[in-house]
Design a protein around this ligand. Structure first.
Ligand SMILES: [Zn+2]
Length: 187
């Protein structure tokens, strides 16, 4: 895998069918501030949660990613699909990662973020612009490594924070970095 791929990666086909879109939990819902739990990727429980997460993500007109706690499921699981964003460089396609782990991060930059769980605010948050993340695919349990950069990297790091009970507001360097939301941005 290269860092500048624009075609979907050749991840094993997974259709995530049959899921149900769930309501988005908003701060200060306690599920958003807890450490999420590891879940075995090759279990019916993980497959069902992944399908619901993807169904919820697809239903949203804005937002390139969601973490399981945002739909009330306390699992270490994220979904993202950065392909429709104008600022992407890498885009792995529609991906669900179980027990994801950031293994490399470099080239930090500030960039604007919003969150489905926090209405009306965005902020400039420092994130790595090049990352490598590992995780397992729901269903097969296969381990995958994804290299991401630019917007997709930011989106993934935002979702990973949700698994540790962190919201982007927890990373705001100062009140001057906060903005009222004028347009919807990412995750
Ligand atoms: Zn969020």
């Amino acid at each position: 895998m290269t860092t500048d791929h624009t075609e979907p990666l050749s991840l094993p086909e997974c259709t995530f069918s049959g899921g149900t879109a769930r309501p988005i939990r908003r701060a200060p819902d306690p599920v958003l501030s807890r450490q999420a739990e590891r879940v075995e990727a090759d279990t019916p429980e993980a497959v069902s949660a992944a399908a619901d997460l993807v169904a919820t993500l697809r239903e949203r007109e804005t937002g390139a990613g969601l973490a399981a706690p945002q739909i009330g499921l306390p699992y270490r699981m994220i979904a993202f699909d950065a392909r429709s964003h104008p600022r992407i460089r890498s885009a792995a396609g529609e991906v669900v990662l179980v027990n994801p782990r950031l293994v490399e991060a470099s080239r930090w930059e500030h960039g604007r973020e919003g969150c489905a769980s926090i209405a009306g605010l965005t902020a400039d948050i420092p994130r790595a612009t090049r990352i490598v993340v590992e995780g397992a695919l729901p269903g097969s349990g296969e381990s995958v490594t994804i290299e991401a950069d630019a917007f997709e990297a930011r989106c993934i790091q935002h979702q990973l924070d949700h698994l540790d009970g962190l919201l982007f507001l927890d990373r705001v360097p100062g009140v001057l970095s906060l903005h009222r939301r004028h347009h919807s941005c990412d995750a």
